[in-house]
Design a protein around this ligand. Structure first.
Ligand SMILES: Cc1cc2nc3c(=O)[nH]c(=O)nc-3n(C[C@H](O)[C@H](O)[C@H](O)COP(=O)(O)OP(=O)(O)OC[C@H]3O[C@@H](n4cnc5c(N)ncnc54)[C@H](O)[C@@H]3O)c2cc1C
Ligand code: SF4
Ligand code: SF4
Length: 815
């Protein structure tokens, strides 16, 4: 009987494997003709990256060459593209002629996505898909001084970048999202990866949007970003994704969605046409990694032989093939209700592991730095095995299973004296025990004597455990509270370490300071966000998602869910025009209550959330800016009328109040800050119960700090006397900057001063003129970034501002 004719389009990884299975099971079942657009047989496309970096040669990655196909009796038409399929006549037309088929297997893989940016068709703009692309990249990367831009911080883009950097090229990766490989990695692992790539000289720009590819004489010259940055380059690699190769199938009238539709047997909408690999869509899914394609290859071979088989989708895992960047990701690791995380970090070794558990099942895993147990975790995800019994030790991998639960205190007690406790300073248990015997009976004292836990601080818990097992009942656990359950570190520790270790992003803090959760929580995120923006105003971008509801909405939420809107009134001064605009806004938006606050401003209470952008817009157009009545920042500078109008006034208290408010507004502080300036000791502005209160006297200005008139009532303490107005302003600014740089988040100035002592504050702000000047300078630098009016930024009536649900109602006094 004449043999059936099988035509295969595409000699890629999927069809190569399918043909292997077919020939193994029944070598004589078909007369096979194989077309391949590439002028060669099958190679392991995955290993193009090691070829690019020079770790492998092309010959080493070939899996099915011409000889293999010839000995298997397959007629090969390499370098010949198929141009069309005629389903009625059951023929395919290649560039060199037609072939008829009984069965047709489409395995055309994917085509890389090229973003149609202006300039995308210039010479030197390439994708990363085949040997030709790899050779182009390798050739250019070897030229001295070669500059390369890679658009796309996913698997492919990073492998391209690392491969070219290995040849000495100057490589910049431009990534649209906030962290690298965002589909496979969480922020923390993305941070470690970025760090590893930066360490090997690759520049990484995240949250960067490409605008145009600039050329010269038809060749790429630079990439222009939408913020105006120009990145010069000789080669631009676009690695932004792939699209299933469906053109032939579509033209032939097969059912095609995102990919070629196939059923569980890998049969398309035409019973004589099958499809396999990246070109298919199965049950709504398309594929970009080889593991599922290999499963499909098995099924398609069986179907071609008339045997029963069904393709079932399975979880896939991802690894990055960049030497030195050990990374693994599998399953689902998005946050979600009912999901819990187990996180392990070892900052010194750059290790991060996160397991996501739902019920008693492991559903996702992300690992960086130590992926040795990834296979075991992957199995648990795939099998859905009950992990309830080993939950406590799961993160430590298979070696720890089956034993009794580990008692951490017993483990510390059992450590030998030479066991290292503090990695940064090389301090072992014996030295700490000796220090304790010598009288160091608390953490602080052990730190002073041995330096243990004095650097990165991640061994603090361990040092405390050594104290506890050595002193027994005599040990008093430190009173200092950790920031929250995500860390054992105190606020003070976190602040110190952010500065000492130059941590400039949230993921850097989570990783380097050993956070126990992937991204912090509603307690620590606002604090860390504040610390980062206070310490690194020019490097760190504020994260609105790490702010309380009032700050996110730029308005105070009231108890009925409406908002209060309050324009700034510099030093308590307003004009008839401003008052008219406020009155008009009150009418227009049907504001039920208009109130003069205790801080000399007008509060429009009861504004509907959806009216916020519009009312801001109206008020902003009349020249008013947000009063920041919601912010952890400067609220008001209350003033009296001073020399302008009062017969007792000794100085221009209103003028000074306005100057102070114009200097300080918009800056973020650990808590709200209120000021007042009174024109004489009669103190009509009540300056002696403010965070900073200035009382003008005949001979100058008396500056007091650390007062309070909220739940605690406290008189200010005398900071200094200034003879001139500029000096009073400098003292105020320096005090506030000192507070910004040192206080615990949510401590008002009076609480902070009580902790650090007024003498210390005076030493920095009053006695040491250089320190005062430096504080003022740092405040100004910070203001150059943060003195922004949120109303001007968001007040467009036609732009819907995204508001958060009103879950955490953080009510605060509106002044
Ligand atoms: C650089 C790189 C690194 C990768 N790394 C990994 C990894 O680490 N892990 C992983 O799982 N996956 C990785 N992948 C993805 C993996 O290579 C693909 O999933 C796999 O190759 C897809 O197999 P396929 O047979 O469907 O398509 P392909 O291997 O792309 O083969 C399709 C073939 O069809 C040919 N063809 C297309 N149209 C026609 C036509 N009209 N006529 C004739 N021939 C045609 C093409 O020329 C091509 O040779 C990587 C891919 C690249 C490019
Ligand atoms: S504080 Fe003194 S200057 Fe100011 S209004 Fe009162 S009395 Fe007048
Ligand atoms: S917080 Fe208390 S004192 Fe302040 S405005 Fe609200 S109710 Fe009044």
């Amino acid at each position: 009987m004449e043999r059936q004719k099988l035509v295969v389009i595409g000699a890629g990884m999927a069809s190569g494997r399918a043909l292997e299975h077919l020939l193994e099971a029944s070598p004589g079942a078909y007369d096979i003709t194989l077309f391949n657009a590439e002028p060669r047989g099958t190679y392991n496309r995955i290993l193009l990256s090691p070829v690019l970096s020079g770790e492998k040669t092309f010959d080493e990655i070939v899996t099915h060459d011409e000889t293999w196909y010839a000995t298997s009796g397959i007629a090969c038409r390499f370098g010949e593209k198929v141009l069309g399929i005629d389903r009625d006549r059951k023929t395919v037309t290649g560039e060199k002629g037609e072939v008829s088929y009984d069965k047709l297997l489409i395995a055309t893989g994917s085509t890389p996505v090229i973003i149609p940016l202006p300039g995308h068709d210039l010479n030197g703009v390439i994708a990363y898909r085949d040997l030709e692309d790899t050779e182009t990249m390798a050739e250019l990367a070897k030229k001295p001084g070669a500059r390369v831009v890679v658009i796309g911080g996913g698997l492919l883009g990073l492998e391209a970048a690392a491969g070219m950097a290995a040849h000495g090229a100057d490589v910049t990766v431009v990534h649209l999202m906030g962290h690298l490989m965002e589909r496979q990695l969480d922020e923390a692992a993305g941070y470690l990866l970025r760090k590893a790539l930066t360490d090997r000289g690759i520049k990484v720009l995240c949250s960067a949007n490409s605008k145009e590819i600039l050329g010269q004489d038809g060749h790429v010259r630079a990439l222009l970003l939408d913020d105006g940055t120009e990145l010069p380059c000789d080669l631009l690699v676009m690695a932004v994704g792939i699209r299933p190769g469906t053109a032939l199938a579509k033209e032939a009238g097969l059912a095609v969605g995102r990919g070629i539709h196939v059923d569980d047997q890998m049969i398309t909408s035409d019973p004589d046409i099958l499809a396999v690999g990246e070109c298919v869509e199965h049950d709504g899914a398309i594929f970009g990694l080889v593991a599922p394609l290999y499963d499909q290859a098995k099924v398609v071979a069986k179907t071609l032989l008339g045997d029963d088989a069904a393709y079932v989708q399975r979880e896939v895992s991802t690894k990055l093939k960049v030497t030195g960047c050990d990374l693994f990701s599998a399953g689902d690791f998005a946050d979600g209700e009912g999901r819990e995380d187990i996180v392990f970090r070892d900052p010194a070794r750059g290790v991060y592991k996160r397991l996501v558990i739902e019920g008693d099942r492991l559903i996702g895993a992300v690992m960086y730095g130590d992926t040795g147990d990834s296979g075991w975790f992957f199995n648990l995800i795939q099998s859905g095995e009950d992990i309830g019994e080993m939950r406590d030790t799961l993160i430590f991998g298979p070696a720890y299973q089956g034993g009794a639960a580990v008692d951490p205190m017993a483990a510390v007690a059992a450590l030998p004296p030479e066991a290292e406790i503090c990695g940064c300073n090389g301090i072992c248990k014996g030295q700490i025990v000796d220090a304790i015997a010598g009288g160091a009976t608390d953490l602080g004292a052990v730190r002073v004597v041995t330096k243990a836990s004095g650097s990165c601080g991640t061994c603090t818990g361990l040092v405390e455990q050594v104290l506890a097992v050595t002193l027994g009942d005599a040990y008093q656990a430190p009173a200092a509270q950790p920031v929250c359950g995500c860390t054992d570190l105190t606020h003070e520790d976190v602040r110190r370490l952010i500065k000492a270790q130059e941590l400039k992003s949230q993921p850097a803090v989570w990783q380097e300071l050993g956070w126990k959760t992937p991204n912090g929580c509603h307690v620590c995120r606002p604090a860390v966000n504040y610390y980062l923006l206070a310490d690194w105003p020019l490097d760190y971008a504020d994260d609105p998602q790490s702010r309380f509801v009032n700050e996110r909405n730029h308005a105070n939420i009231q108890k009925d869910g409406t908002f209060s809107v309050m324009p700034r009134m510099w030093g308590g001064i307003t004009t008839p025009d401003e008052l008219r605009a406020i009155a008009d806004a009150a009418d227009k938006y049907q504001v039920p209550t208009v109130k003069v606050t205790g801080g000399q401003r007008i509060d429009l209470l009861g504004v509907k959330k959806e009216d916020l952008p519009a009312i801001w817009y109206d008020l902003n157009r009349a020249g008013m800016v947000s009063g920041h009545a919601y912010s952890k920042g400067l609220r008001t500078v209350k003033t009296c009328v001073g020399t302008d109008h009062c017969r007792f006034g000794t100085q221009d208290s209103t003028g000074l109040g306005i100057k102070l408010e114009k200097t300080l507004w918009g800056s973020w502080t650990p808590h709200k800050v209120k000021l007042a300036v009174s024109g004489c000791p009669r103190n009509c502005a009540e300056a002696t119960c403010k965070d900073v209160g200035i009382v003008c006297v005949d001979s100058g200005y008396e500056v007091g700090v650390a007062g309070a008139a909220g739940m605690d009532v406290k008189e200010t303490e005398f900071l200094a006397k200034a003879e001139r107005e500029e000096e009073a302003i400098a003292l105020t600014v320096a005090f506030i900057q000192l507070y910004r740089e040192n206080a615990k988040y949510l401590d008002r100035p009076y609480k902070w001063v009580a902790k650090v002592g007024l003498d210390w504050v005076k030493a920095q702000v009053v006695d040491d003129l250089d320190t005062r000047a430096a504080l003022v300078e740092r405040f100004e630098i910070s203001q150059s970034v943060y003195r922004k009016d949120p109303w001007a930024e968001h007040a467009k009536p036609d732009t819907a501002v995204r508001f958060q649900p009103m879950a955490d109602l953080t009510l605060e006094a509106a002044e």
